[in-house]
Design a protein around this ligand. Structure first.
Ligand code: 13P
Ligand code: SF4
Length: 299
């Protein structure tokens, strides 16, 4: 299967992008593996004709919006991030009408419709930097409340309005289980993703996006870590630091949508051109603005 994927990739001038949360075998065959920001940037800069995005729907959509003339393929049609749909356009419009001096900050884990009514997109690696740089006093942060609250803790001078969205994978990591794991591995540092709830972040020694967690573990003089994010990250953590030890907290740390992508679906995607990502032209024009603003402000 791997050989066939390599052959088809060459024939079609295709590249494979994969998020750190997909299965090890898929990360292994990808040309680029990274966090949401890195993958959006690679998609934007790519000269390939075809982008196979091994991730969830919002990632493929973002790649298509910045590359309307390329073929963008999502190997699994139903791989979607539930959080991407946890805010409504109506509510965003309502708050925009009510508030002066407001910026709508949209986590990239969001539908195209939500992006189209937002001022700027962010990912977990650049949210603090971007929100700090905005001139507006009021910030409507959609759809993730936990990332929004984490940003607020770092930017107290701004007034945040939150939305009740969440990642079901990160919020399934409970403080009780983390405390049990900490008690077992006393010298391990806790590395957490900001999609976790506030009580987990309070117990963390480091908070960051997937790539920031990987970088921290590599540079740290510590040899043992407890990982509070999705389990797929272990593949890169272990390959970058083969002599270090990584503990997980519970079996719930697995994203079913990310894990639905297999080598077989990647092969079938390259063979049969499924599943092509299409975004409505009119919505795409409005959704491009916050994505481009993010790519610019995060530089
Ligand atoms: P990052 O890779 O940007 O940390 O995002 C995590 C995530 O949940 C993607 O769905
Ligand atoms: Fe969405 Fe959470 Fe899965 Fe990321 S890990 S794709 S935020 S459900």
């Amino acid at each position: 299967m791997k050989e066939e994927i390599v052959k088809l990739k060459k024939e079609r001038n295709a590249i494979i992008l994969a998020h750190y949360y997909v299965a090890d075998e898929v990360q292994e065959i990808a040309d680029y593996v990274g966090d949401s920001y890195y993958l959006a940037k690679i998609a934007k800069e790519s000269t390939a004709d075809v982008i196979v995005f091994c991730g969830v729907k919002f990632m493929g959509e973002s790649a298509k919006i910045v590359n309307p003339n390329k073929i963008v393929l999502l190997p699994e049609k139903n791989a979607d991030c539930p959080m991407a749909h946890m805010a409504t356009v109506e509510n965003v419009k309502k708050i925009k009408n009510e508030q002066d001096d407001l910026a709508v900050v949209c986590y990239i884990n969001s539908s195209v419709e939500l992006k189209s009514v937002s001022d700027v997109c962010v990912t977990s690696s650049n949210a603090i930097k971007i929100v700090k740089s905005l001139p507006n006093k009021n910030i409507l942060f959609i759809p993730d409340e936990n990332l929004g609250r984490y940003c607020q803790s770092k930017i107290p001078e701004k007034n945040f309005i939150f939305n009740k969205g969440y990642c079901h994978v990160h919020t399934a990591i409970h403080a009780f289980d983390l405390m049990k794991t900490k008690a077992k591995y006393k010298s391990a540092l806790v590395l957490a993703h900001p999609e976790c709830t506030g009580d987990i972040l309070e117990l963390a020694d480091f908070i960051g996006s997937t790539s920031q967690i990987i970088e921290f573990s590599q540079k740290s003089t510590c040899n043992e870590f407890i990982i509070a994010t999705e389990l797929g990250i272990l593949y890169e953590l272990k390959s970058k630091s083969p002599n270090k030890i990584f503990h997980t907290i519970s079996e719930q740390q697995s994203c079913p949508d990310m894990k639905s992508i297999t080598l077989n679906s990647v092969l079938s995607s390259l063979k049969n051109n499924n599943y092509q990502v299409n975004v409505d032209d009119v919505i795409a024009i409005d959704a491009l603005k916050p994505l481009e603003k993010m790519l610019d402000l995060a530089k």
